[in-house]
Design a protein around this ligand. Structure first.
Ligand code: NAD
Ligand code: 6OD
Length: 488
């Protein structure tokens, strides 16, 4: 490999360290090599976990919640100072549009640190009084303590957003962190390590190792017996594999996994808003958001008109170079992922879908033809049992089906092994409240999508995950509560 390309290293015990084995970081825009990345072997992961453990016994373990909140604010300011570097790193690795990287990904990285700084400063404990048999008024209170060493394993689809959503509360609660970002998106995580270094956190409080999952850094980290808790975002199958490994030592897990989310459009919805909303929820980030709507149910009187409007909207989306300001959709994350999505395009045809629009690869006549682009795609006509209606594609694609009654649509929305979120489009808020309780999902949006107050609980049911993070739910996952009972 060329030595003039950047080399991304691990960050262990306050130092950037290289390791001998390397892998290529490739642009999904045109297949160009962006740099090399060190791959952690077992020894490297052992050193990272040992440094994290030592930090618990050292300066980091002695910090107060207020000192940690200050550290988080310094990290937030550091990301802001280097904002455009983060944007470039994220756009380079993922091919997402510059406008999304600025407005969503990097902005949320900053916000995650600010939010958990504030929350941990305010986090109180519980206090109870009771009269004991000896007549004394006994009181009990809780103390919040870190688990110790937390492994953070994150995916490629919203790299900095999802990494910091876990790293910030884990550090806020006083844990030491060993993070492993996706092999597809190592760049913004490496920049985060630089920012944390500049923010002056004690050595070992935050460590970063690069590499793959099975038989590589991810598995070495999750198997490590000195890791106390594991927080993971990624595919449901990977979650199952990690859960098996976490059983040794009965380690705590928090899992944010896949989805096959529904959008439900009633005939009384604001039509234009619903069309724009479903365009966003199906095609944002080229459909590579776990919350994207891959199943769309439209009340029959408005079905034909809705499909025509969605098709027109999808065909207007500008696909292209992510750093052009007016581009809506970049490529998928990799050629390998594109092949998976194209397999679903072929499967949909075999299963009898009508392809309303898309279903192929755009041709540019330039270097982008070596990238990982696909067209935004809309299907109709599939049975509820079709694999394309049941399995997560994780690309810019949705299936649109008509429905006739509330009962029917509730049954069809819930007819899924996944249960992450649903989006509901209606003017009838009484109906919206009633249906929201009946959908078997972790989050329901009404007349909006992907709008998140960071204090709210986030997570899924079924194959979509275990546990809730967000606000005090994150503080609860990243800490142990000890009850102290005092007979004065
Ligand atoms: P993935 O499961 O392939 O990989 C995620 C991370 O796990 C990567 O860092 C990978 O290297 C690591 N990994 C893989 N196998 C491992 C193993 N055996 N042990 C330890 N680590 C391992 O997921 P992905 O393809 O990066 O991300 C896309 C998936 O993530 C989609 O299914 C999407 O729905 C899901 N996702 C869910 C949420 C959510 O909040 N629910 C958010 C984002 C993405
Ligand atoms: O908004 C969040 O905090 C969150 N966890 C989003 C997940 C997006 C999935 O791709």
């Amino acid at each position: 490999m060329s030595s003039s390309l950047p080399l991304l290293r691990h960050y262990i015990d306050g130092e950037f360290v290289a390791s001998a084995k390397r892998f290529a970081n490739v642009s999904p825009v045109d297949g160009r090599m962006l740099g090399e990345v060190c791959e952690a072997d077992g020894d490297t992961v052992n050193r990272a976990v040992a440094a994290a453990r030592a930090a618990q016994a050292g300066a980091w373990g002695r910090t107060s919640a207020g000192e940690r909140a200050d550290a988080l604010l310094r990290i937030a300011a550091g990301i802001e100072r280097r904002f455009e570097e983060f944007v470039a790193a994220e756009v380079g690795d993922t091919g997402r549009s510059v406008k999304q990287a600025r407005s969503l990904d990097i902005a949320r990285g900053v916000q995650n640190f600010r939010t958990f700084a504030e929350l941990v400063r305010q986090a109180g404990g519980e206090f109870y009084e009771m009269r004991a048999a000896d007549g004394n008024d006994v009181f009990s209170y809780t103390v919040r303590k870190p688990h110790g060493v937390v492994a953070v394993i994150s995916p490629w689809n919203l790299p900095l957003l999802l990494l910091t959503w876990k790293v910030a509360p884990a550090l806020a609660c006083g844990n030491s962190v060993v993070a492993k970002p996706s092999e597809e998106t190592p760049a913004s995580a490496s920049l985060l390590a630089e920012v944390i270094h500049e923010a002056g956190l004690p050595a070992g409080a935050f460590n970063l190792v690069h590499g793959f999952g099975p038989d590589s850094a991810g598995e070495f980290l999750t198997r490590h017996p000195d890791v106390d808790a594991i927080t993971f975002t990624g595919e449901s199958r990977t979650g199952e594999a990690i859960m098996r490994v976490a059983a040794a030592g009965v380690r705590e897990v928090s899992f944010e996994l896949g989805g096959k989310n529904a959008a439900v459009v009633f005939a009384d919805a604001d039509f234009d808003k619903a069309v724009a909303g479903v365009l966003r929820s199906s095609f944002t980030n080229s459909g590579q958001v776990c919350l994207c709507s891959e199943r769309v149910y439209v009340e029959r009187p408005t079905f034909e008109r809705f499909v025509a409007a969605l098709k027109a909207g999808a065909e207007k989306l500008k696909i292209g170079y992510p750093d052009e300001d007016d581009v809506d959709m970049g490529p998928l994350i990799s050629r390998a992922h594109r092949d998976k999505v194209l397999d679903y395009f072929a499967l949909a045809r075999a299963e009898g879908a009508t392809v309303v629009t898309g279903g192929g690869v755009p041709r540019f006549g330039d270097a982008r033809d070596d990238g990982a682009y696909v067209q935004p795609t809309i299907w109709t006509g599939l049975d509820d049992g079709a694999r394309c209606v049941r399995e997560e594609v994780f690309g810019p694609v949705c299936h649109v089906a008509p429905f006739d009654s509330e009962e029917e649509v509730v049954r069809r929305v819930n007819d899924s092994e996944y249960g992450l979120c649903a989006a509901l489009w209606t003017r009838d808020l009484k109906r919206a409240h009633a249906l929201s309780r009946r959908f078997r999902v972790g989050m329901v949006w009404v007349n909006t999508w992907f709008l998140r107050d960071l204090r709210t609980p986030f997570g899924g049911v079924g194959l979509s995950g275990i546990g809730r993070e967000g606000g005090r739910h994150s503080l609860d996952f990243y800490s142990e509560l000890t009850t102290v009972c005092v007979n004065p």
